[in-house]
Each structure stands twice: as structure tokens, then as C-alpha cells.
Design a protein around this ligand. Structure first.
Ligand SMILES: NC(=O)C1=CN([C@@H]2O[C@H](COP(=O)(O)OP(=O)(O)OC[C@H]3O[C@@H](n4cnc5c(N)ncnc54)[C@H](O)[C@@H]3O)[C@@H](O)[C@H]2O)C=CC1
Ligand SMILES: O=C(O)CCC(=O)C(=O)O
Length: 528
């Protein structure tokens, strides 16, 4: 029975979806050591931000096929290690957008009106109306760092509240910003100009400690900072100093460099202007249901052999693309597999030429499928859509992709592979008919029309009388049944190719005998 491990608290709606296809074990208090010990029992792992999926965990997993992150950030997953091992990583890019944006807005309001402090004081029996005079957000400048899904929603609501919104995001165009009524700014200018700053960008090597002592020192002394994105983007010691020495007026954090927040964190020594929440950005009933359903559906689909819609480590392969390209991907994989068996190994170069209608499809999935086929003889089950490009690169295969919209031969276009290996160069082409049937249409520039089958034999030989009969009798002697045969030649009595579809694999002694027939230059048994 397929088994899924759920190692963080996940909404029941997700558990119910997973239970349709697998045994679901919910073990939310596993240490990292324990996770390493049990992971090899599972085909899938579903997590939130609490579980650290390290390379050691991934390496300890023999059966793991997919890691589902019920949320946006996958910084608690070693994605390169997962990719290397062929483990798909999926997330829910939009399921908690509103929750996180509203939490950031709540923190902005809480900061500007001292809500937590006033609440504690009032609960403590005090009535401190003068002490907790706040500020309005109206007409103030809000600086948004990271104008993606969450940052954009914050900007929209802030605009509606009468704030002026400026933003720093190197990947957003001025047109897009203008549509959102946001003025783009440099990061330095944003920190100098804004009354409130809210962070909505990922933690990457580039953004680590982006908000440091120097940048904090450029903020207005009345300004306030919110981080509901990722810990580690702000230098926490520098922020504690800036608050203690009143360089800035306030800060509210939901995320920390290390979570849970350490007892000796410098943040806990700040006595004024700091609000802390324990990574609650996505913690609404609605968001938790959204992300659980979104990710559980993807895990279920992948376990059923279907594509995932939000794969983090195979960019561009959305469910829609995979669905519409299914026969084309199958052709690419088949031709890749054929090419690896015909080329004799040690491929140094692969050209993938998309012709006619093929050139109108996204090329990346077709190239990945080709590489998957090409490497599957060597790597078996270890190769998949996730790690095919990486494995090809690691083997020094130079992949060239060519798009050529003209295709005189087939209305549906064609896919052509050319390999350059130690033994020379080979080419193969194929097409997909309107009914989804696959055809091999060309071998080493000899036209053929062959439906791929499980066992095949390809030969290069001289076109001369008797040669086909000799091969036929040899196969008969070895009890290998021929299902169909095709010969391709360009000139009479010149060079030719032959493709035999056979019911059984070719034993090695038979291959040796075939290669001894006069006029046979090459013979390649193929298993698809
Ligand atoms: N506190 C919480 O519970 C939650 C936190 N998050 C975090 O919020 C952050 C934003 O999430 P989304 O808006 O969904 O992501 P997104 O991918 O839609 O937006 C991120 C934006 O950051 C920008 N960006 C990347 N590098 C940048 C840089 N060096 N400087 C400025 N901008 C940069 C990107 O261009 C993009 O527009 C992520 O870190 C995510 O993990 C998300 C959900 C819940
Ligand atoms: O799972 C959670 O509550 C954290 C959500 C989060 O940080 C994210 O989606 O990036």
C-alpha cells in the first residue's frame, strides 16, 4: 500500500484527499533524526514550515517520490537535493496569499495603534489613554519590498486605505506597478522615504540580512517595519539595537532567522515598539484548508501517475501543458530511449529539433522528456522529469534545442533527435498522428514509417538481394518472432536501414550472428 507521511499539522480536508489513494500517517512530533529513520517507508511527505527536509532526510529516502509543502516558501526543503534524487517538490503558491497579506496589514495597524501593549495594560487593570496615542496610516507612505502576490494585495488594500504606496522589486515592470498604483523605487530610497515598510520577498542568499544596521539607520526615526515574509531577511541583532536606541519607532515580526524563536534572541530584550507573532501569517482556517487541498490533490495526482500543477523543481510543466502534450512527451521519451540504444553510449551532444507544429509547443518539457528517455537505459527508475536535465548536465551531454516552424513532411510537425557519440552520429525523427498514434518517420535520414513497439531491431546494411532473408532465417532459428518489417533506402543497392518489430528480445549470440552477415554494417536491438 502506498504510504504518505504528514509531519506537520495539516487541515483535515487534505488528509481526506490523501486517504483516497494512500495510507496516511500523521506524525507531527518527529525529530529530524526520527524523520530520517522513518522516511524510507514513504512515497510522499506532506509538510508545512515546521519540518526541515534536509539533504540527509532526502538521501535516507528510497521510495520518496514527492514532497508537498502546504504553503508558499520551500526554504525548509533542500530542493537541489530533492531534484538530484528525482523527488518532485510541490507547493501551494496562492492558497495563503490573502491570509499572509492580512496578517501584515494587521501588524501594520497593531504597530501604529499599540494594540498589543494597550491590550496588556488594560487587562492589567490600567487605563493608559495618553501612553498609547498612535498614528494613522492614512496619507502615510508605505514601502513594499517584494511586489509579488502578497505584496500586491497589501499594496491594493493600503491604497484603498489612503496610503501612498512605493515598492522595490527588481522583477516587476513599471507598467505593472503603475496598474497597481504603485511607484517603483530603489531600495535605498524606499527605506529613506517610507513611514511604514513591509517585506514580502523570499529568503535567498541575495536577500539574507538585506535589512542590516546600515539600511535601518537610513529609516525615519518615526518609521515602522513589518516582516511577515521570511526570517533571516532582517539582521535581528541590528533590529534589536535600532529599536533599543530609538533609531526607528517600531517593528512587527512574524518570522525569524531560527524558528521557534530562541529564548536568548536579542529580540526578546527589546522593551519598546516590538510586536512578535509566532509565524501566524498563513494561519487562518481558510488558508489552511486552501493549501491542504491544493497540495494534497497534487500528491494524490502524482501518486496516480498524473502531473502536478505547482512543481517547484520542474518549471514550466503545468498540468495543462503536460495534458495537452501527453503524446508529444511520449514520442520525445521514446525517441530518446531509441537514440540511447542506437548511439552505442557516451553521447556528447544531443540536438533536439522541433519542426512545424512541434515548434509551437513549449520546448522545455519536450527536451526534458527526451533526456529522460535518453538516460533511462543507464539510470532506470532513478531518472524522471525532475532530475533529467541535471543528470544530463552531470554527464557532460551538451543539449542543443532548435525550433524550425517549417515542416514539409507532416501536418502535425515532427521531432528530430541527433546524437553525437564516441561511435559517430545518429539521427531519428518521429511524429504524432491526429489520433495520438506515434510514428518513427526517419532513421539516419532514411525515411521509414514504424509504430514503436516493445522489442525492435535496427540495422544499417547494404541494399542487396538475400540480406533480409538471411536475417529472417537467423531470427527463426533463435525462435524470435517478427511482427513487422520496414526497409528504408534512398537509392537502389545503396545504403539502407531496416526496422524489425519483434515479439521477443534478441539474445547476444543472435546479434553476433546478424553482425557476421555480409552487408550488415550495424545492428542495434532496442527495448522500449
Ligand atoms: N508568514 C507567513 O506565514 C507566510 C509567509 N510567506 C512568505 O511571503 C513571501 C512572499 O510570498 P508571495 O508573495 O506569495 O511570493 P511571490 O513569489 O508572489 O512574490 C515574491 C516577490 O519578491 C520579489 N523579489 C525576489 N527577490 C527580491 C529582491 N531581492 N528584492 C525585492 N524583491 C524581490 C519577486 O520578484 C516577487 O515579486 C515569501 O517569502 C513567502 O515564503 C508566504 C505565505 C505565508
Ligand atoms: O505553514 C505555515 O503556516 C507557514 C506558511 C508560510 O510561511 C508559507 O507559506 O511560506
Amino acid at each position: 500500500m502506498t504510504k504518505v507521511l504528514v509531519s506537520d499539522p495539516i487541515d483535515q480536508a487534505g488528509i481526506e484527499i490523501l486517504s483516497q489513494v494512500a495510507q496516511v500517517d500523521q506524525r507531527i512530533d518527529l525529530s529530524n533524526e526520527q524523520l530520517k529513520e522513518v522516511i524510507s517507508e514513504y512515497e510522499a511527505l506532506m509538510i508545512r514550515s515546521g519540518t526541515q527536509v534536509t539533504s540527509e532526510v532526502i538521501e535516507a529516502s528510497d521510495r520518496l517520490r514527492i514532497i508537498g509543502r502546504a504553503g508558499v516558501g520551500v526554504d525548509n526543503v533542500d530542493v537541489p537535493a530533492a531534484t538530484k534524487r528525482g523527488v518532485l517538490v510541490v507547493n501551494s503558491p496562492g492558497g495563503n496569499t490573502i491570509a499572509a497579506a492580512e496578517h501584515a496589514l494587521a501588524l501594520l495597524l497593531a504597530l501604529s495603534r499599540n494594540i498589543p501593549q494597550a491590550h496588556s495594560s488594560t487587562f492589567g487593570g490600567l487605563w493608559e489613554r495618553k501612553k498609547y496615542v498612535g498614528n494613522e496610516l492614512y496619507k502615510k507612505i508605505l514601502g513594499v519590498v517584494g511586489l509579488g502576490k502578497i505584496g500586491s494585495h497589501v499594496a491594493k488594500v493600503a491604497n484603498a486605505m489612503g496610503m501612498e504606496v512605493i515598492a522595490f522589486d527588481p522583477f516587476v515592470s513599471a507598467d505593472r506597478a503603475q496598474q497597481m498604483q504603485v511607484r517603483l523605487s530603489s531600495i535605498d530610497n524606499l527605506f529613506e522615504e517610507a513611514d511604514y515598510i513591509t517585506l514580502h520577498l523570499p529568503r535567498t542568499p541575495e536577500t539574507e540580512n538585506l535589512v542590516n544596521a546600515q539600511l535601518l539607520s537610513t529609516m525615519k526615526s518615526t518609521a515602522r517595519l513589518v516582516n511577515c515574509a521570511r526570517g533571516g531577511i532582517i539582521d535581528e541583532a541590528a533590529l534589536a539595537d535600532a529599536l533599543n536606541s530609538e533609531v526607528i519607532a517600531g517593528a512587527a515580526l512574524d518570522v525569524y532567522a531560527e524558528e521557534p524563536l530562541k529564548k536568548d534572541s536579542p529580540l526578546l530584550s527589546v522593551n519598546k515598539g516590538l510586536i512578535l507573532t509566532p509565524h501566524l501569517g498563513a494561519s487562518t482556517a481558510e488558508a489552511q484548508e486552501n493549501v491542504a487541498i491544493d497540495v494534497a490533490e497534487q500528491i494524490r495526482d502524482v501518486l496516480l501517475g498524473l502531473p502536478a500543477r505547482s512543481a517547484v523543481n520542474i518549471p514550466g510543466l503545468s498540468a495543462e501543458i503536460m495534458d495537452s502534450l501527453k503524446p508529444h512527451l511520449q514520442l520525445a521519451e521514446t525517441l530518446g530511449l531509441l537514440a540511447s540504444q542506437i548511439s552505442g553510449g557516451h553521447i556528447q551532444k544531443l540536438e533536439v529539433r522541433l519542426q512545424g507544429e512541434f515548434a509551437q509547443h513549449p520546448s522545455q518539457p519536450l527536451v526534458v522528456a527526451t533526456l529522460k528517455g535518453l538516460l533511462s537505459t543507464a539510470l532506470g527508475d532513478r531518472i524522471n522529469y525532475v532530475n533529467a536535465s541535471l543528470e544530463a548536465k552531470g554527464r557532460g551531454i551538451n543539449v542543443l534545442e532548435v525550433k524550425d516552424e517549417s515542416c514539409p513532411d507532416f501536418s502535425g510537425g515532427s521531432l528530430q533527435l541527433t546524437t553525437v557519440a564516441d561511435d559517430g552520429s545518429h539521427s531519428l525523427a518521429g511524429t504524432v498522428f491526429a489520433d495520438g498514434d506515434l510514428r518513427i518517420t526517419c532513421i539516419d535520414e532514411f525515411p521509414v514509417n514504424v509504430a514503436p513497439s516493445r522489442h525492435m531491431l535496427f540495422t544499417r546494411h547494404r541494399d542487396m538481394p538475400g540480406i533480409i532473408g538471411k536475417i529472417g532465417s537467423l531470427l527463426g532459428v533463435h525462435n524470435v518472432n517478427i511482427a513487422s518489417m520496414q526497409v528504408g533506402r534512398r537509392i537502389v543497392r545503396g545504403e539502407a536501414v531496416m526496422v524489425l518489430s519483434i515479439d521477443d528480445p534478441i539474445p547476444s549470440e543472435l546479434l553476433k550472428s546478424i553482425l557476421q552477415i555480409q552487408g550488415i554494417n550495424e545492428a542495434h536491438p532496442v527495448t522500449l
